[in-house]
Ligand binder design. Structure first.
Ligand code: AMP
Length: 281
């Protein structure tokens, strides 16, 4: 609804600009280095809301000590152009000092849903995510917030947090955008060498093989996991970290797929960790 995009950094600037937005307001949180997957979230927010706020913040508290915080790719100028072209009203680019001022000591934690999968591989990751998303919710006060199915467990954890903390916010989960060869779009794909980039289709190929078997009647979860393992094992550049076939809502590992299930995986391509998932139903 505003004429041109407003870029704010401090909370005071955000609160002032926020007052002039027409409801409903949609929020699209990102860590920047934007690709079409991010923009698809903005586009869905534009379709469903009168105003859209996007945030760009590489949140240090969701990175482990041996993870890629320092080298996480950044492209602020380009990101701002993309967000403006997509029709975003406000972009909030807080600094770490704005988010976590000296003396900061308050955390938001979702207990059970954060234990398996990404949570078990990345201790403390979801505590950082839920804390920052909670702060983004409080500061921007959106009516709807948009997240990608790409980060399936994150979506489930944020849905749980929103419910548990009684946020009056509708969580909208948007489909995974993929490259032409099936690789899920991700800022981290930029880390891949040309050879690794080619081999990285293995995630999509493995999930597709399992989904095809499922569609053909295979309901045994261990057999579906094994199909994924076999496809990844045939790709020398890829190292499987986990494959899960779990209940879509609880993320508990299944023996048999009967209701809606989440087939999700993490793979190392060299030093780069990639995740992907399919929904089985
Ligand atoms: P990030 O900048 O990686 O934190 O991602 C910001 C948001 O974009 C998250 O809700 C992600 O799940 C979502 N997202 C990332 N990649 C994709 C994709 N390929 N398709 C759809 N959404 C995505």
């Amino acid at each position: 609804m505003t004429e041109s995009m407003i870029i704010v950094t401090t909370l005071e600037e955000l609160f002032y600009a926020r007052r002039f937005l027409d409801a409903p307001v949609g929020l699209v949180p990102t860590m920047g280095y934007l690709h079409d997957g991010h923009i698809s979230l903005v586009e869905q927010a534009k379709r469903e809301c009168k105003s859209v706020i996007a945030t760009i913040f590489v949140n240090p508290t969701q990175f482990g000590p041996n993870e890629d915080l320092d080298k996480y790719p950044r492209s602020l100028e380009r990101d701002l152009k993309l967000l403006e072209a997509a029709g975003v009203d406000i972009v909030w680019t807080p600094t770490a000092e704005v988010m976590y001022p000296a003396g900061y000591q308050t955390w938001v934690e979702v207990e059970n849903l954060t234990k398996p999968l990404e949570g078990s591989m990345r201790p403390g990751h979801f505590r950082g995510v839920t804390t920052v998303v909670s702060k983004l919710f409080n500061a921007t006060r959106p009516d709807k917030a948009y997240f990608g199915q790409k980060d399936a467990q994150q979506a489930a954890v944020i849905r749980q947090m929103t419910h548990d903390l009684s946020y009056p916010i509708e969580i909208v989960i948007c489909p995974i955008l993929r490259e032409g060869d099936g690789l899920a779009m991700s800022s981290r794909n930029s880390y891949l060498s040309p050879e690794e980039r080619q081999s990285a289709t293995v995630l999509y190929r493995a999930l597709t093989a399992a989904k095809t078997a499922f569609a053909g009647g295979e309901k045994n979860a261990e057999k579906l996991r094994q199909i994924v393992k076999d496809v990844v094992a045939a790709e020398p550049k890829a190292q499987l970290q986990y494959i899960s076939c779990a209940d879509y809502d609880t993320l508990a590992e299944l023996e048999t797929v009967s209701g809606k299930a989440l087939l999700s995986m993490a793979v190392f391509m060299g030093k780069t960790r990639l995740i992907d998932n399919f929904i089985l139903e």
